[in-house]
Design a protein around this ligand. Structure first.
Ligand SMILES: C[S@@+](CC[C@H](N)C(=O)[O-])C[C@H]1O[C@@H](n2cnc3c(N)ncnc32)[C@H](O)[C@@H]1O
Length: 210
């Protein structure tokens, strides 16, 4: 996979696995108290108004945020994911779009969350994506990222029940992501490491637009 077609490959991959991915994550948040705590902290720190869940997949987290009283909407690259999210959560707003070119007005969202979606964006495009997040967030708005921790990138060729995929998964160290965030104008407020002894831990970064 080259840098030129990663978005098309990622879109096609998640279109293929949308139903099985949704089956796998449905209700899963109930089993992850630290992730629920991260969402509760995020919900508490938004300054009201719409909040964007970028790379929302089937919309589980978007729906959870709404249950916490946050007016969250979802954006995802995969039309199949968005169709599924709309069907599952008919009262909520979901739109097809890419974080590489967010079609949102400047300073239009009170918070922005990207869980396990920045993991598919190549290093070279991260500064532009974070600049876009900064542009659409209101000053002081929170940004929360969840990602796999490590130094390697791998090509995932199947997933979620053996379906074919062609998607790069980039593992990154929190200090590296924090440096990108600071360079883009964010203050990094907290870092949460999940399963620190696991082969691939996960990290949540809590940042805020300065
Ligand atoms: C591993 S899933 C995570 C879904 C959801 N955030 C969750 O935590 O369950 C990754 C999602 O990111 C989406 N995605 C990948 N690249 C994207 C991009 N450039 N813009 C928007 N969404 C993207 C994929 O389509 C997929 O639905």
């Amino acid at each position: 996979m080259t840098g030129d077609n990663w978005e098309a490959d990622t879109r096609a991959s998640y279109d293929t696995v949308a139903e099985s991915y949704a089956d796998q994550v449905r209700g899963a948040i109930a089993h992850y108290p630290y992730l629920r705590a991260a969402l509760a902290a995020f919900a508490e720190s938004t300054g009201g108004g719409p909040v964007a869940d970028i790379g929302c997949g089937p919309g589980e987290v978007t729906a959870h945020l709404n249950e916490l009283g946050v007016e969250a909407f979802g954006i995802d690259l995969s039309p199949a994911m968005i169709a599924l999210a709309r069907r599952t959560h008919p009262g909520l707003r979901f739109e097809v779009g890419s974080m590489v070119a967010l079609e949102l007005p400047a300073a239009s969202v009170g918070g922005l969350l990207a869980w396990q979606s920045l993991i598919h964006v190549p290093d070279a495009e991260i500064p532009a994506v974070l600049a876009g997040f900064h542009r659409v967030l209101r000053p002081g708005g929170p940004l929360q990222l969840l990602f796999h921790v490590g130094d390697t990138s791998r090509l995932k060729t199947e997933g979620y029940g053996g379906h074919p995929m062609k998607v790069r998964v980039h593992r990154r160290r929190p200090e590296r992501v924090s440096a990108w965030l600071r360079a883009a104008g964010f203050e990094v407020e907290a870092e949460l490491l999940l399963d620190p002894a696991a082969e691939v831990p996960q990290a949540v970064l809590f940042a805020r637009r300065g």
